[in-house]
Design a protein around this ligand. Structure first.
Ligand code: MG
Length: 158
């Protein structure tokens, strides 16, 4: 068995009146993420972790935000395309772990829905997709409610 690990990181700014998509789930919120796509910063970090593990570059390389094709696109479609690239190279996902830093709203009630949304796209059970959420204790740009920061790690095998 061959294994590869990858890491992903992404940040999006927060603004009033935009939808808040995280981990493939729309979170009820008066604020959302500024983005060319749907702004799902958690899926973007996950895509980068997967692409990193496979040695396939990063999300900006494959889905440039200068392209009209990706304007407002669901990030789950981007994740599906990443999975197609991985499958073509013979890789399967062993597991993924995501940490979301967001001051508000509280994400705890939405964690299970995120895992359920991501697992079938990754081709794994929900136990192989972990999602964690934290505030930054009101420190920094996350703590001031200016942005959301996400880190993801993924392990591939073949
Ligand atoms: Mg992004």
């Amino acid at each position: 068995m061959e294994y590869r690990i990858g890491h992903g990181y992404d940040v999006h700014a927060i603004a009033e009146g935009l939808p808040m998509w995280l981990g493939g789930v729309q979170i009820p919120s008066a604020t959302g993420f500024v983005a060319h796509s749907d702004g799902d910063v958690a899926v973007h970090a996950l895509c980068d972790a997967l692409l990193g593990a496979a040695g396939l570059g990063d999300i900006g390389l494959h889905f440039p935000d200068s392209s009209a094709e990706f304007k407002g696109i669901s990030s789950l479609i981007l994740l599906e395309r990443v999975m197609e690239m991985l499958s073509a190279a013979g890789w399967k996902v062993a597991n993924a772990d995501i940490t979301i830093a967001l001051q508000a709203p509280k994400l705890r009630p939405h964690i299970d829905a995120m895992r359920a949304a991501l697992a079938p796209v990754l081709g794994v059970g929900v136990n192989a997709v972990n999602v964690k959420a934290t505030t930054t204790e009101r420190l920094g740009f996350v703590g001031r409610g200016e942005g959301c920061e996400v880190w993801a790690v993924a392990l591939l095998c073949k």
